[in-house]
Design a protein around this ligand. Structure first.
Ligand code: PGA
Length: 256
């Protein structure tokens, strides 16, 4: 089974819509010779930038996928301040990150909430990028695999079998996010292989198809080694995605 790697840029709460347009234009230039069939690319701007970025992607026929960072599970209703998957679908959003560790830690998202969001995203024809990962404390106590397994089972529990095969899981150890400390390629591979085995136990036929990204301080220097691991099918990139040249070098990890 060949899984096409997906490199995703999670911009978090950075860049207004003018800056967002500049970044995608620079990125498109940096990646002018890139083979997007060999390595797919998605950018995940804040909600307020999505329409502007979508318009530029369309007008200039750029080959990035548009992504969002979060959404609500319901289609519409009295949820002040929220954005629905139906709204994102209308904007040609392809991928929606759900259950990022910052949302779990800072906004109280449980596996149940994440599961509902993932199912809603899939039901609207988009692909959820479901984030899981242990804290430093959990790793040091030897519980990392148990914690991540529970997150994977809980967060994917509302997907149908077909939806499960299409999902993307991002393994992001919390201690590696934004710290400059990356998991070793071997440790990342071990956990990603474990995640795939957990998915296989739910639905064997889905496990080979599911793409598993690694995230946490990915940069141009460490991307190639991480991507060479058999169960790592891409990267979810935070800080290094905010600068076109550094993100492009990660996307071009095969040339490293
Ligand atoms: P980082 O963030 O690359 O800045 O560590 C990754 C993420 O939070 O998705």
């Amino acid at each position: 089974m060949t899984r096409i790697p997906l490199i995703s840029g999670n911009w978090k709460m950075n860049l207004n819509h003018f800056e967002a347009i500049q970044l995608v234009q620079k990125l498109s230039y940096e990646l002018r010779n890139h083979d997007y069939d060999a390595v797919e690319v998605s950018v995940h701007p804040p909600f307020t930038d999505l329409r502007s970025v979508q318009t530029v992607i369309d007008a200039d026929r750029m080959l990035f996928h548009l992504g969002a960072q979060n959404c609500h599970a319901e289609d519409s209703g009295a949820f002040t301040g929220e954005v629905s998957p139906a709204m994102l679908g209308k904007m040609d959003v392809t991928f929606v990150i759900v259950g990022h560790s910052e949302r779990r830690a800072l906004f109280g998202e449980t596996n149940e909430v994440v599961a509902a969001k993932a199912a809603a995203v899939a039901t609207h024809g988009m692909t959820p990028i479901v984030c899981v990962g242990e804290t430093l404390e959990e790793r040091e106590s030897g519980d990392a695999q148990v914690i991540v397994e529970a997150q994977v089972r809980g967060s994917l529990s509302s997907l149908s079998g077909d939806q499960l095969a299409e999902v993307i899981v991002a393994y992001e150890p919390v201690w590696a996010i934004g710290t400059g400390v990356t998991a070793s390629a071997d440790d990342a591979q071990l956990m990603c292989a474990h995640i795939r085995s957990v998915i296989a136990s739910v639905r064997k036929s889905a496990a080979d198809k599911v793409r598993i990204q690694y995230g946490g301080s990915v940069n141009a220097a460490n991307a190639a080694e991480l991507m060479s691991m058999s169960d790592i099918d891409g990267a979810l990139v935070g800080g290094a995605s905010l600068e076109a040249a550094s993100f492009a070098r990660i996307v071009n990890f095969k040339d490293a």
